[in-house]
Design a protein around this ligand. Structure first.
Ligand SMILES: Cc1cc2nc3c(=O)[nH]c(=O)nc-3n(C[C@H](O)[C@H](O)[C@H](O)COP(=O)(O)O)c2cc1C
Length: 343
């Protein structure tokens, strides 16, 4: 060994350890279904592994773990951006061990002293700013050029973004979300599960959808896309009258994110595509997303969406894009709860 080699390797490893921890902390700001944060990260040497925390899967709404893996895919994309920001190139292997289905990705941090590049910086800056919107949007168009860019972002991760622009198609899609929401409300187990992830006002839990994340009441959009009933008739939620445009709310651009196949790798790709396009949308004119994925949790309705709205691809996310979504807040668990490390 050359003199000082040991200590310079030690310095490299401790620099990498600090970078990895910081990147994981950023990754936890990804969106996740009901803010379940169903991920576990660990670092060993220069590798970070991402596992699904299957105890956090929604047993009633998400029996196959599809939405759990989409959430983890979103965290994985965020990790990739954050790792690059720290000057490392992330080398990702998805689902590295077929015998361990909860082992979702192995990410090697290849050190190359990469310079920060402006596009990655811009995307990185949105990680904690991005917020899920609930309710109508400010009237106004999302620029065509941005929609084109978002479609390309989805394709880069192996997914397709279908825009639902025709007014009849939009009304039909909205009606499916309304039907799904009513069906969910008929199922006590579904209501119970939603209740477990919608903490009461004042709760100190760092997970779930808190009352500061949704409006108490919203004016209906035309057509109206049903929102999840996080408040469950208890009058919870923030007073949305502070958002003056909600008097005359706009639907925004309805769209479906879909994949050719429908297996765990596709769900992870969807999550990466989702976060990629959300961060890009946030960085350009503060375009936010409101999600309405209830219809994709009812197999018969999901099949209708597949056949009629995304050319036979498998629908993974249903959302509206628009501006004006800055009033809500969200929470995350501290990084120590989701991250372990060993050199
Ligand atoms: C797979 C998936 C499905 C989601 N479905 C819905 C939905 O149907 N309705 C909704 O209001 N939010 C939905 N969300 C958004 C989450 O509730 C949100 O990401 C979480 O509460 C964290 O908040 P944040 O996105 O503002 O950080 C979904 C998110 C994911 C990843």
């Amino acid at each position: 060994m050359k003199p000082n080699q040991g200590s310079s390797q030690g310095r490299d490893m401790s620099r990498l350890a600090v970078a990895a921890r910081s990147a994981v902390e950023d990754a936890t700001w990804a969106p996740s279904v009901h803010n379940t944060q169903p991920w576990l990260f660990s670092r060993r040497g220069d590798r970070i592994t991402l596992r699904a925390d299957a105890d956090r899967r929604l047993e009633v709404a998400d029996p196959a773990g599809r939405e759990m893996l989409i959430s983890c895919g979103a965290a994985l994309f965020t990790l990739r951006v954050a790792v690059r920001r720290q000057g490392y190139e992330p080398e990702v292997v998805l689902l590295p061990d077929p015998d361990r289905p909860n082992l979702l990705a192995d990410v090697r941090l290849r050190s190359g002293g990469l310079p920060a590049w402006p596009e990655n910086e811009r995307v990185y800056d949105q990680i904690r700013r991005r917020r899920t919107h609930r309710g109508g949007f400010k009237p106004g168009e999302v620029p065509e050029s941005l929609l084109g860019a978002l479609r390309r972002e989805a394709q880069r991760e192996g997914a397709s973004l279908y825009l639902v622009e025709d007014s009849n198609a939009q009304a039909a899609l909205a009606a499916l979300t309304v039907a799904a929401e009513h069906m969910h409300r008929l199922i006590p187990a579904y209501r119970g599960e939603l209740g477990r992830w919608a903490p009461a006002p004042g709760s100190r839990r760092r997970e779930g959808v808190h009352e500061t994340a949704y409006p108490r009441e919203t004016a209906r959009t035309e057509p109206d896309f049903a929102g999840r009933d996080f408040g469950r008739g208890r009058g919870w939620g923030i007073d949305a009258s502070i958002l003056e445009w909600l008097e005359e709310p706009a639907v925004g651009v309805a769209c479906v994110l879909a994949t050719k196949d429908d297996n765990p790798a596709d769900w992870l790709r969807t999550g990466q595509a989702l976060q990629r396009l959300l961060l890009r949308a946030t960085s350009e004119g503060d375009v936010a997303a409101a999600f309405h994925t209830q219809a994709l949790e009812v197999p018969e309705l999901r099949e209708l969406v597949r056949v009629h709205f995304c050319a036979g691809d498998h629908p993974q996310m249903l959302m509206r894009l628009g501006t004006g979504g800055t009033a809500f807040t969200s929470v995350r668990r501290p990084v120590e709860e989701v991250f372990t490390e060993k050199d």
